[in-house]
Design a protein around this ligand. Structure first.
Ligand SMILES: Cc1cc2nc3c(=O)[nH]c(=O)nc-3n(C[C@H](O)[C@H](O)[C@H](O)COP(=O)(O)O)c2cc1C
Length: 422
């Protein structure tokens, strides 16, 4: 079943799966592979040292896929902020139509991109931030739960709550991010109201992810308990793979008398983290991973992964739908011997219950539109071959004498329109 959601329609992709921006992972090889597989691949702008390098990476990606792909622009608090405007301009000049934004004060960048007609997916970890982003005109929210990799925010709300809250409160479509690795997750996200999912850690562990094989094998070995939260003391909480370096950072964070960020700065340096991906030593520096790491057991190609997730989601939704049998309680009258006799031509209570109720409705509420009842009952009636008018007529005639008092009980209170409205 090809999924058809607001996300697939607006972005022109086949499968409602986005590969989130990933520093030092989101290069052309990965983004193109995800887009070729039918999802949305995303280049990470700041992985490129300059806006010109980003232009080249975009051009390279174009040679590797004909499908839509996007660019992530992450605005994080740093002492020397990059020229975000110049990165955004490179994106616009290169004709990119989809951008994932994340981080602090994205207003100016979003405004600039929106003016150029770019579709914005904005990632956030709270409903409050989502509401602010909506005011800036973003097209989709990417709701990042507490289980996600990287910057989890400070409110620690997991996706089970966050997604339903998004469904209840947001007027803009959203995708679910953080904690997704399989089709069961995609099916659940769709059921909770999302238009698709965003995955980071799962895509790190694919053949095309341009990181050292040993790190991918480390991910396969890891459990869901193998992540650590650091930098809460500086209101910049980040979920990382738990290793010797994060243990050292946590100790300093807990014990430091001064609380100077400089004390941990050498440990959380992006430079050392980047080298983890090239030298394959998981303890060399800090690197980002989400709790979903415990659900990852292989290193497939992006094509295999995306197709598998799509298939699992379809199978999950189909099989769970079968659980939703109509649960009609037996009317007390069915317990009466006379009625039970007449209905005994049907093999089981469930079988006769459906036509019984339909007949009841037709007799008791002749003036009501029965379209809904008919359409709900059409499938089971057809399944049991009970839909033929002569049979229905027999049921109506047989049940009619027994019905009037029961019909009164069964009738739902009708809403009266105030006088004078018509
Ligand atoms: C190695 C790595 C680097 C990441 N870097 C960024 C980044 O630079 N900007 C960003 O917005 N998100 C970044 N993320 C977060 C992902 O885009 C995505 O939101 C997150 O991984 C979702 O959670 P999951 O890992 O449970 O799927 C990174 C994630 C990982 C695993």
């Amino acid at each position: 079943m090809p999924f058809d959601t607001e996300l697939t329609r607006r972005l022109g992709i086949k499968v409602p799966i986005v590969q989130g921006g990933m520093q030092y992972v989101g290069y052309a090889e990965l983004a193109a592979a995800v887009s070729n597989a039918g999802g949305l691949g995303i280049l990470t702008a700041l992985t490129q040292p300059t806006p010109d390098d980003l232009r080249k990476e975009i051009q390279k990606t174009r040679t590797m896929t004909k499908n839509p792909f996007g660019v992530n622009i992450t605005l994080l608090p740093t002492l020397q902020p990059p020229d975000y405007g110049a990165y955004a301009q490179a994106v616009i000049d290169e004709g990119i139509k989809i951008v994932e934004t994340a981080g602090n004060s994205p207003g100016p960048v979003i405004t600039k991109l929106k003016k150029a007609g770019v579709i914005i997916l904005h990632k956030c970890t709270t409903i409050r931030h989502a509401q602010s982003a909506i005011k800036l005109g973003v097209d989709f929210l990417s709701i990042d739960g507490f289980e996600c990799a990287g910057h989890v925010g400070e409110s620690d709300i997991t996706n089970f709550i966050l997604l339903s809250k998004a469904r209840q409160t947001l007027k803009v479509p959203f995708i679910a991010s953080g904690g997704f690795a399989d089709g069961q997750g995609l099916a659940a996200a769709l059921c909770l109201g999302a238009e698709g999912i965003n995955m980071g850690t799962r895509f790190m562990c694919t053949v095309e992810a341009p990181i050292h094989q040993k790190i991918k094998e480390e991910i396969v070995k890891a459990q869901e308990t193998d992540t650590a939260l650091v930098m809460r003391r500086w209101t910049n909480t980040t979920r990382l793979y738990r290793n010797k370096v994060t243990d050292a950072v946590i100790k300093i964070e807990r014990d430091s008398k001064t609380g100077e960020f400089a004390e941990i700065a050498p440990y959380v340096s992006g430079k050392r983290g980047r080298q983890v991906f090239t030298n394959g030593d998981p303890d060399y520096g800090v690197w980002t991973a989400g709790q979903v790491i415990g659900l990852i057991h292989d290193i497939p190609t992006c094509d295999v992964l995306v197709k598998r997730i799509e298939k699992e989601a379809e199978e999950t939704l189909t099989s769970k739908l079968k659980l939703a049998k109509p649960k009609l309680s037996l009317h007390p009258a069915i317990g009466q011997p006379a009625l039970r006799n007449k209905l005994s031509l049907y093999p089981s209570p469930e079988d006769y219950l459906l036509p019984y109720r339909l007949a009841l409705q037709l007799i008791a509420f002749p003036n009501r539109p029965h379209g809904n009842a008919l359409s709900i009952l059409a499938v089971p009636l057809k399944e049991h071959d009970l839909v033929s008018p002569p049979r229905l007529l027999i049921i109506v005639v047989v049940i009619r004498p027994l019905v009037p008092p029961l019909a009164q009980q069964d009738e739902l209170p009708r809403q009266r329109e105030p006088r004078g409205l018509r």
